[in-house]
Design a protein around this ligand. Structure first.
Ligand SMILES: [Zn+2]
Length: 54
């Protein structure tokens, strides 16, 4: 499970329904929803994580 910082909760949450995207420059990002408040979350995982998930 990926985690991201929720601005609304002001703490790190597990990302609900995480979707991984790789940017054109090779940076892996994860986008999802905060399970507590429903705010959209996004986090940059970095190039090092590429290949670890897919
Ligand atoms: Zn939240």
């Amino acid at each position: 499970m990926a985690t991201a910082y929720c601005l609304k909760c002001k703490c790190t949450r597990d990302v609900s329904d995480p979707r991984y995207e790789t940017l054109k420059n090779g940076t892996l990002t994860v986008k999802g929803v905060c399970p507590t408040c429903g705010t959209k979350l996004a986090r940059i995982l970095g190039k090092a994580a590429k290949g670890a998930i897919r």
